[in-house]
Design a binder for this molecule. Structure first.
Ligand SMILES: [Zn+2]
Length: 271
């Protein structure tokens, strides 16, 4: 029995987690001097714990400081943005009385009917474009834009007589209305000629046919009447009207009308 007792494993004063803290620490026997050993061991544990906790506290404080720093930096960001890069210019007021005459004309029924007819006619020349088309020159389906150009020439004769026109990649239109003062930066007005295709299966859902260009209750119906033949025709009609009034620009005016905005847009990059 005695031998059996002596062969028992030594009883550790604490659970085995002590070994986890310091696996090399020798096991402590419970005997007459156990209180002294326990006190020594507790001090050792405290030292070991401090060794672990101290770096954790340092890391925590460091992370908190960084977080605070970046949070403050983020919220302060707008304050540190440099100002004056995109300066807002004051609106320009027309200095001639032509604007007054035109403004009056714009409010007339005649002008409204003329504008409606110009836009309706542009809608009636379909300029649908599809994603799968080849490049201009290799795919004849771009040919519809020639019909559209013919329509523009007939509808805005003064514009085509007075402005220079460069056709970029066959169907891109670049007009230049030379100003009297070369030192002024030119004004660029942009639009696109092409429209999104109409799904034939959806034709019956249209209240008016998509290429009718009909004027109904004050609205022009059809594909492109909003996106973006309205803009294109609006620009050309404004130029045509100014020419009719004999107005000439001081600042060069450039008109740029692409033809594949609704697909890739790559064919008019030169514009
Ligand atoms: Zn568009």
């Amino acid at each position: 029995m005695r031998e059996e007792k002596n062969n028992q494993r030594p009883i550790l004063p604490l659970d085995t987690s002590t070994r986890d803290v310091n696996p090399t620490a020798p096991p402590v026997h419970v005997n007459s001097t156990s209180n002294v050993h326990r006190g020594t061991h507790l001090k050792q544990r405290l030292r070991d714990s401090t060794k672990l906790i101290a770096p954790l506290i340092v890391v925590y404080v460091l992370i908190s400081c960084l977080q605070q720093h970046y949070t403050r930096f983020r919220f302060d960001l707008p304050v540190h943005r440099p100002t004056g890069i995109c300066k807002q210019e004051q609106p320009l007021r027309p200095s001639t009385n032509v604007a007054g005459k035109i403004t009056h004309a714009l409010k007339s029924d005649d002008f409204a009917a003329r504008a409606a007819e110009a836009l309706g006619g542009a809608v009636r020349v379909s300029t649908e474009v599809f994603d799968g088309w080849g490049l201009v020159g290799s795919d004849p389906r771009w040919g519809n834009f020639s019909l559209f150009h013919t329509y523009l020439e007939a509808t805005f004769p003064r514009t085509h007589a007075s402005l220079s026109l460069t056709k970029v990649n066959t169907y891109g239109l670049l007009y230049e209305w030379k100003g009297s003062d070369d030192t002024l930066a030119p004004l660029l007005l942009m639009a696109h000629q092409d429209v999104v295709p109409v799904d034939p299966a959806a034709y019956s859902l249209w209240k008016e046919p998509p290429y009718s260009g009909k004027l109904v209750d004050g609205y022009i119906w059809g594909r492109g009447s909003v996106d973006f033949k309205s803009g294109l025709i609006g620009i050309l009609l404004a130029v045509e009207t100014l020419l009719e009034e004999g107005w000439t620009p001081k600042r060069t005016i450039i008109l740029s009308f692409g033809f594949d905005e609704e697909t890739s847009g790559v064919q008019v990059k030169a514009l």
